[in-house]
Every structure is written in structure tokens, then in C-alpha cells.
Write a protein that binds this ligand. Structure first.
Ligand code: NAI
Length: 330
């Protein structure tokens, strides 16, 4: 199948070319991010492959439909960047990669917990400068803390499993409590109780209208003073301005995030020669108890291989008119 692959980086090209030896699709790799301005690049391609920050809103989808695109293969799990209702109306099929490596994301979330707690980012730089003082590096035992997991699906479950190894008490909140998570020791509570009890809160639910700004001013006020908040899910789950106020007041003691509400114009690019004009992001960066990574939680060898294979398999199913295992429906 002829596929235009948007937002391609060198590593995508490599993993997709390797996996495509099995599938034999005709892949055209484009560096451009899909937007209203770039949608015409898809003209003549029956399928396109998108990543997290490609935008397929109603306007873009109409442009795609006019150009003959009939399928969108997302090479990610989340699909908040695609207007699925509009795609369905326009006869565009949407498929995704529901699971590739929950371990990759969960392990990164745990990495953020450790980095923030033991201030490893400071320690690394200090020792390189022959500063061996310990002041400012004081942490706490993770053992014995209460960890709140919001969204106990595949990634939330892996995260909880790892944190149970540290000897934490586990609280969970999900619309659909999961028996496997109960077996790990997660005790399901309401969201307000989780916020009130947890020393560490990690977000693992999808970004949906219902979860947009799940962590807002009111939610932060319910949390334990000095709480550690970790977000490896989607930036829009968190009201960044409210988090900044929470950090300034001391209510939030640590903030580790792999995602950011307005990351689309920043992440995945080398902007080190440019002036970043996003004042909110710059302010967030400036706090000593904040660690930001640029949407890299998924980025392991294992995950890239699995993403490429599932995406190309999804496209083969579309091409051959077979039942779609990984279709996103409205
Ligand atoms: P999943 O579908 O296995 O689990 C999501 C869980 O959230 C489900 O148990 C669901 O019932 C729950 N949920 C849905 N609505 C909820 C609500 N209103 N309140 C509480 N829980 C709710 O998904 P998975 O694989 O665990 O991924 C979770 C999220 O992680 C994805 O939606 C995606 O946004 C994010 N992600 C981030 C990556 C990164 O690189 N930073 C990579 C992959 C996923």
C-alpha cells in the first residue's frame, strides 16, 4: 500500500524499513508534521501514518479525503490528535497501536520518580564539576510511601507492579477497576481520596474530554502538601498554569513530566539555537524541583520495533479488507 509517513525521524525510518521487509508497503517518509499547511503532501496516498503531534482535525481530514486518503495508521496508542467522528463521517479508517511496550513508559515514569526524589540531575552535574557536597540532594525513602495510580490500564499496571517492588502502598483510580491490579495490591478509591492520600501520583489514563485538566487548581488543593506528580500520559491531563501555582506555593513538591499541553511546537525537534517563545514552558523549566523529558517514555528499541510491526500489520489488514484488530471507532 502507498503510505505517506509524516513526522519521520531517522529512528522511525530505520525501524519501519526493517519491519517493512516482512510487509512490503510502499513507504514515503516525510519530515513534515501533518497540519492544515502540509496536508496536501498526502494527496494521492491512500494511507498515511501519523505520530502523536500530527494534527488530524476536521479541516485536515477534509483535505485528506479530497486528496484520496482513506486510512490513517497511527504509530502510537493515544488518538486524541485525530477527530475520529469526522474521520468516520468522511470514510477514513483509523487504526492505532494499542500496546507496544507498556514497560517502556512505566519504567520511564519510575525513572522520573527516582530522578526527582534523589535529585540525580543535580548530582550528575555536580560530580562532573568536582562538587561533591550533598547539600540540596536530600531525598526520602520510596519504601513505605503511598502511590496513587490514575488509570490502571496496561501502563498503569506495569507502573504499579514496579512500585510494589519498592514496598509502596498502592492506590488506584479507574473507571474500570482491573482484577490483575487488585492482585498486585492496588486498592481502588475515588479520585478525591487518591489525591488526598498519595505521596506520589502518576497519571496513566488517556486524554479525553472527560480527563482534560484532570489535575487542575481544585485537584491540586486536595493533594498532600509536597506531593510528587508524574505525568507520562498526555500534557492535556494537567492544567500547567495550575501546576506552576502549586509548585510556587509548595503544594506540589516535585513535578516530573514527559508530556506538555503545548508540546506540538516544541518536542521532537532540536530548538537549541532558537528562542523558545512559550513563557509557560520556560517558567516550568526554571523550577529546581521539575524534570521535563520531551515525550521519550515510549522510546526503547523494543517499543520501536513493536510499533513498526503493528502499524504495518494494521495497514496490510486495511489493504486486504480484512477485519481490523486495532481500529479506532467513534
Ligand atoms: P490503556 O487503555 O491500557 O489504559 C488506560 C486506562 O485509563 C484504562 O484502564 C481506562 O479504563 C482508564 N481510563 C479511561 N478514562 C478514565 C478516566 N476518566 N479516569 C480514570 N481512568 C480512566 O492505555 P495504556 O496503554 O495504559 O496507555 C495510557 C496512556 O499513556 C495513553 O492513553 C497515552 O496517552 C499514554 N502514553 C504515553 C506514552 C509516552 O511516550 N509518554 C506512550 C504510550 C502511551
Amino acid at each position: 500500500m502507498k503510505v505517506a509517513v509524516f513526522s519521520t525521524k531517522k529512528y522511525d525510518c530505520q525501524s519501519f524499513k526493517e519491519a517493512n521487509e516482512t510487509y512490503d508497503h510502499e513507504l514515503s517518509f516525510l519530515e513534515a508534521r501533518l497540519t492544515q499547511q502540509t496536508a496536501e503532501l498526502a494527496a494521492g496516498f491512500p494511507a498515511i501514518c501519523l505520530f502523536i503531534n500530527d494534527l488530524a482535525d476536521r479541516t485536515v481530514l477534509k483535505q485528506l479525503a479530497r486528496g484520496g486518503t482513506r486510512a490513517i495508521a497511527l504509530r502510537c496508542a493515544g488518538y486524541n490528535n485525530v477527530d475520529v467522528d469526522a474521520a468516520t463521517e468522511l470514510g477514513i479508517t483509523v487504526v492505532r497501536v494499542p500496546a507496544y511496550s507498556p514497560y517502556a513508559v512505566a519504567e520511564h515514569a519510575v525513572g522520573l520518580v527516582l530522578m526527582l526524589n534523589r535529585k540525580l540531575y543535580r548530582a550528575y552535574n555536580r560530580v562532573r564539576e568536582d562538587n561533591f557536597a550533598l547539600d540540596g540532594l536530600l531525598g526520602f525513602d520510596i519504601h513505605g510511601t503511598t502511590v496513587g495510580v490514575v488509570g490502571t490500564g496496561k501502563i498503569g499496571q506495569c507502573f504499579a507492579q514496579i512500585m510494589s517492588g519498592f514496598g509502596c502502598t498502592l492506590l488506584g483510580y479507574d473507571l474500570y477497576p482491573n482484577e490483575d491490579c487488585k492482585a498486585i495490591g492496588i486498592h481502588y478509591v475515588g479520585l478525591a481520596e487518591l489525591f488526598a492520600q498519595a505521596d506520589i501520583i502518576s497519571l496513566h489514563c488517556p486524554l479525553l474530554p472527560a480527563t482534560h485538566h484532570l489535575v487542575n487548581e481544585q485537584a491540586i488543593a486536595q493533594m498532600k502538601p509536597g506531593v510528587m506528580l508524574i505525568n507520562t500520559s498526555r500534557g492535556g491531563l494537567v492544567d500547567t498554569r495550575a501546576v506552576i501555582e502549586g509548585i510556587k506555593s509548595g503544594q506540589i513538591g516535585y513535578f516530573g513530566t514527559d508530556v506538555y499541553e503545548d508540546e506540538a511546537d516544541l518536542f521532537f525537534e532540536d530548538l537549541s539555537d532558537q528562542v523558545i517563545r512559550d513563557d509557560t514552558f520556560q517558567l516550568l523549566q526554571s523550577f529546581s524541583n521539575v524534570v521535563i523529558t520531551a515525550h521519550q517514555a515510549f522510546f526503547t528499541r523494543n517499543a520501536l520495533g513493536a510499533i513498526a510491526h503493528t502499524t504495518l500489520g494494521n495497514l496490510t489488514e486495511v489493504e486486504q479488507g480484512r477485519p481490523l484488530k486495532n481500529q479506532v471507532t467513534a
